[in-house]
Design a protein around this ligand. Structure first.
Ligand SMILES: Cc1cn([C@H]2C[C@H](O)[C@@H](COP(=O)(O)O)O2)c(=O)[nH]c1=O
Length: 212
């Protein structure tokens, strides 16, 4: 039996009054711009995983704690994000900028762990997390990433590490590809030379297909 009972259950079932869609991919690829645009078009609720009020703690946790407490921190973030998703879903569509695949891909890449080990640790908590209808894994070339990073307003230590720590970017890319391969909700989107508006068109086409 799952140990998630009593106070550890989500409380309310996820009532799907709109699609729940997730944007995944490396930092700087353009998820937050696209999430804003999609939210406007779909009149959807939006959120960031981990939730914004966790974000000031992220660099503190990364700098001061070892791998397992860090995983617990990001896991807490995704569990709380899923509570926010459930609450938004009661009203309509939801667009999440990152979700559990980011925890899997980033944590494994940062600590150079096998994704299977991290996936096993996350597995008992999966029943708490409402499954997205579609998860869009955004990809781009290094050339595009350099251009987009140059314009990123909230460039931070994680972004710096992603570019400068040897092998980090390659591990992240490969981990997101593996997460997509294991994800039945995955749609891979190459974003090079495409505007946020064009990408939003592609995503809404997928949503139309889903509902027909
Ligand atoms: C969700 C998650 C994010 N992160 C990092 C990835 C990003 O650099 C940052 C989130 O910021 P961003 O979504 O604005 O790019 O946190 C982790 O290191 N581990 C995680 O589990």
């Amino acid at each position: 039996m799952s140990p998630l009972y009593g106070a550890y259950t989500p409380g309310v079932p996820a009532r799907g009054n709109g699609p729940f869609i997730v944007l995944e991919g490396i930092s700087g690829i353009g998820k937050s711009t696209l999430a804003r645009l999609l939210a406007e078009r779909l009149n959807a609720g939006t959120l960031h995983t981990v939730p914004d009020f966790y974000m000031p703690w992220a660099p503190v946790m990364n700098a001061n704690t070892r791998a397992l407490p860090q995983l617990a921190f990001y896991l807490s973030g995704v569990l709380h994000a899923s509570d926010v998703v459930r609450s938004h879903l009661e009203r309509g569509a939801v667009v999440s900028d990152r979700y559990v695949s980011s925890v899997l891909a980033y944590h494994s890449a940062v600590h150079e762990l096998e994704m299977a080990q991290v996936a096993e640790l996350l597995a008992p908590f999966r029943p708490y997390l409402p499954a997205p209808d579609l998860t869009f894994y955004l990809r781009c070339t290094n050339r595009t990433l350099r251009t987009r990073m140059a314009g990123k307003k909230d460039y931070n230590q994680d972004d710096h590490d992603m570019i400068t720590v040897p092998g980090r970017l390659e591990r992240l890319r490969s981990n997101f590809d593996k997460a997509a391969a294991d994800d039945t909700t995955a749609v891979i989107i190459d974003t090079d030379d495409r505007t946020p508006g064009e990408l939003a068109d592609t995503i809404t086409d997928h949503l139309t297909e889903l509902s027909t």
